[in-house]
Ligand binder design. Structure first.
Ligand code: NAD
Length: 269
């Protein structure tokens, strides 16, 4: 998908400084979009924004914002609408993963609150700050597209990351509700990555531990890449997906259906 189908369109990407968000942002810019990149990590956000402008030649506005803080999100949305001609794509992607290995009954309340407020409440308040205005944009036939990053852990709950799983189950459910609220002008879908090495895993050792302890084998016999996720995000941002709303798209190499934990395939990654 190489055409510049986002020419004249604005895109907002939360968690855009790093990992999947950075990859998605660059791909949108290369398709002609001007961007607002949102992240809590100011230094990385500045760096990524400059890199994307240099590579793509598109306008990239960095906005430092904690997506779990509704005042900051309201201010960020106001600035985004004033910097961009429109917000055609909202990529609700920022997320954290902490507390690997904690039994749900042993999770500290503080950890629960932190995960819920960034991953689930954060995506809700961002959707709330943008949704109604996106719906009124004079862009035909679809006025805007919301794309949420959920997770394989929201499709198959993972006992080793219980609160993270709950936040992602919530996102997949929330997408169905938002799709109803914003129909017929704005489509709302989620994508669910599987195991893609990005900074959220801190290091490859932790990722390997998580996969070993969860008996995870990917039928397609490799880890996911950032591009695997980018390609689905491009599809959801493109006219090719104009008749799709309220759905979740796994990008997991088949793990969710056949790789974990029901089938242990005897292959190494
Ligand atoms: P990442 O850590 O590289 O990127 C996450 C970004 O979100 C970071 O830049 C971080 O600074 C930002 N962020 C964190 N808290 C924030 C906050 N409160 N406000 C604003 N920004 C904040 O990780 P990633 O793998 O690119 O994760 C992106 C999304 O993909 C997350 O929602 C994550 O749960 C999801 N995901 C990732 C994988 C994977 O394999 N990497 C799998 C499933 C789902």
């Amino acid at each position: 998908m190489v055409e510049r189908f986002l020419e004249g369109r604005g895109a907002v990407i939360t968690g855009g400084a790093s990992g999947l968000g950075r990859g998605i942002a660059l791909a949108y810019a290369e398709r002609g979009a001007n961007l607002v990149l949102v992240d809590i990590n100011e230094e990385l956000l500045e760096k990524t924004s400059k890199e994307i402008t240099q590579i793509s030649g598109q306008k990239v506005i960095p906005i430092v914002c904690d997506v779990s803080n509704s005042d900051q999100v309201k201010a960020m949305a106001k600035q985004a609408f004033s910097e961009l001609d429109n917000v055609f794509v909202l990529n609700n992607n920022a997320g954290i993963s902490i507390n690997y290995g904690k039994d749900l009954l042993k999770v500290y309340e503080k950890m629960w609150d932190q995960m819920m407020s960034v991953n689930l409440k954060g995506q809700w308040i961002v959707a709330k700050a943008f949704g109604r205005k996106m719906r009124t944009q004079k862009i035909e036939p679809i006025a805007g597209k919301m794309i949420h990053t959920a997770s394989l852990a929201g499709m198959v709950v993972d006992a080793m990351t219980p609160v993270y799983s709950l936040t992602k189950v919530g996102i997949i459910a929330m997408v169905k509700l938002l799709a109803q609220s914003l129909a017929p002008k704005v489509t709302v879908n989620s994508l669910s990555p599987g195991y893609h090495f990005t900074p959220i895993y801190l290091n490859r050792e932790l990722m390997k531990t998580i996969m070993d302890e969860g008996h995870v084998k990917t039928p397609l016999n490799r880890l996911g890449t950032i591009d695997d996720v980018v390609n689905v995000s491009l599809f959801l941002a493109s006219p090719a997906s104009n008749f799709i709303t309220g759905h979740n798209f796994p990008v997991d190499g088949g793990v969710g259906e056949v790789g974990s934990p029901a089938n242990y395939l005897i292959t190494d990654i």
